[in-house]
Ligand binder design. Sequence first.
Ligand code: UDX
Length: 431
Amino acid sequence: MKICMIGTGYVGLVSGACFADLGNDVWCVDKDKEKIDLLNDGDIPIYEPGLKEIVSKNYVSGRLKFTTNLSLAVKDSDLIFICVGTPTSKNGSANLKYVYAAAKEISRNINKFKIIINKSTVPISTGDIVEKIISKKVKRKNFEVVSNPEFLREGEAIRDFRFPDRIVIGTNNKKVIKKIKVLYDPLIKKGATFFSTNRRGAEIIKYASNAFLATKISYINEIGNLCEKSGVDIEEISLGIGLDKRIGSRFLRVGPAYGGSCFPKDTRAMVVTGDKFKVNLSIIKSVIKSNNERKKLLTNRVQKVLLNKIKNKVIAFLGVTFKSNTDDMRGSTSLMMIPMLSKKGAHIKYYDPTGLKNEFSRLKNVKFCNDLATTCYKADLIIIHTEWDEFKSIDFQKIVKKKNFKIFDMRNLYSVNYMKKKGIKYFSIGR
Ligand code: UDX
């Protein structure tokens, strides 16, 4: 099929490359000429394992093309995906100006029947507004607006595209459902469930899914707090809970608080949507509160581990992004922890496999190190912030070269007994 992805950010570029890899002809369109030039030069503007290979393979085959010329791409395609950003506005709602601008530009270039598919995360009824915008210029029979939310995780996006649990399509147009089912057929053949509902239903499914996952994480984090006070190991509890098929073991790992570009944004947008429809989404409100409080709780925990003596202490951070396998700092707990500890006079070194972070460049006594050994050398406290594989079997005594150092493992990568046997003062979460 001939497809056009409008927006080559995280969703547009990954989905476009993967659609091309399924044999479709794909245009990836962006207003940002620099980004398009970069892509045409074979570079990738985002960090996503495996993306460079899949982009270059399909670019060389001619199936995947990058352009700033929206008109050319839309006219040449049958399916037009809107994949532009929906950043958070001041009041917590999703800012839809890019979605509406894309709809307007599409409406100027409809030369034959088009299926306009919204893949951006948008509040309920956005599809209705997109349809109104396009109807100003185009007869209703010449287009259909559909919702097709994405469920891609950063760091796992290609896998999540190729092996989705479900493909959700929001439209009542049977002909269009059939056509989109053909597009996704290779994934359906590998086991994905194809599910269609009305457009508003698909819009809510995306937000409700993310809000539920955020709820599940906050829930286990709070149970972890209880475990710490009652001498129980949260890892055992997660296992015991997760074996109940109604609950499931995934997204039941304690951590430093959820971050990222989606959970914080989508939970807030969901609450705003609830308020708009005069429905009090009290559980999601408490999840947002619980997660924000967790960042403070763990930052205070660091002070307690150091017996409230922060000044001149050497603290090593292993990882600073919101999770492993990404370079994304949005919503990361380190953005609260590092400035606070630096302000209290700690000397902070951090290592992250994705490199130096501008977020910390203006902070005095915060230094980026290129490797683990330099980061951990002579540290008083080592904080394991993200769960990169390379952090999972470190011989700390060999690289710290100092007695009485402590470890605060915010991802429970190590066992309490192992650390006890090594004689290392080890602190973790929910244990
Ligand atoms: C999320 C959704 O998973 C994805 O379906 C949606 O399309 C986009 O938002 P993402 O934000 O990339 O994906 O990352 P995810 O892997 O979901 O992790 C989000 C946060 O939850 C991270 O901070 C992570 O560390 C945390 N997390 C995740 C936990 O603390 N415990 C878990 O068990 C899982």
